[in-house]
Design a protein around this ligand. Sequence first.
Ligand code: OAD
Length: 231
Amino acid sequence: MRIFVLTGAGVSAESGLGTFRDKDGVWTKYDLNEVATPEGFARNPALVRDFYNARRVNLAGAEPNAAHVALARLEAVLGDDLFLCTQNVDDLHEKAGSRRVIHMHGELAVTRCHHCQATRPDVAALTAEAVCEACGRAGGARPHVVWFGETPLYMDAIEDALAQADLFVSIGTSGSVYPAAGFVTEARAMGIATCEINLEPSANAYVFDEKLYGPASEVAPAWVEKILGEM
Ligand code: OAD
């Protein structure tokens, strides 16, 4: 059985990383237009770098929870038959042992040069003074994170994997940011079974065949055990 799993901020919430749209979520405290758009970066790069530097500090102290661990266990059994696509820019799936994670919104622990687009693993603070090792220019350091108005990464591989899946499972996402929010509708149109795991019904809840509600750290491991038991 081929399974496509899409994860969102809810899968990392119990690891202490804030979600975006819940009460007290990141976008209730920050204006996403100022910190998560190319225009915001052009207007005030220092503000944007400070925002992501704080998130890098939070990430350094975060540990995977039982949901990440369960998905790593599922990959250990299914291998390439599990396609794990995350909207999260954290590295908690990898820290839990997942080896094939597709980060469609990029990665916080990677720095990209705004001038030449070169990327490199980096968890240090982003600064205006940093000189790009690839092009030699300063002032271009930004997180390798997909901002609003930018195109998500790996879309061809994602669409291929979705088309080949037998089951589409969404875990911990509000279903409000496209294109990820549209995957369930695409899956349904292709006759693929669909399942939502979330704290509460998402914006797309009505589209899913199966719905499992509760904390991801409890519901996701139980779901993985059920799938493995059926194999
Ligand atoms: P949201 O913050 O929009 O939604 C988080 C979802 O997780 C909500 O539906 C919550 O109910 C659910 N949730 C919260 N705690 C949970 C828990 N313990 N267990 C299970 N579910 C829980 O986050 P995303 O949908 O991931 O993009 O947001 C999508 C994108 O919007 C992000 O990748 C980010 C953001 O702006 C960019 O920055 C480009």
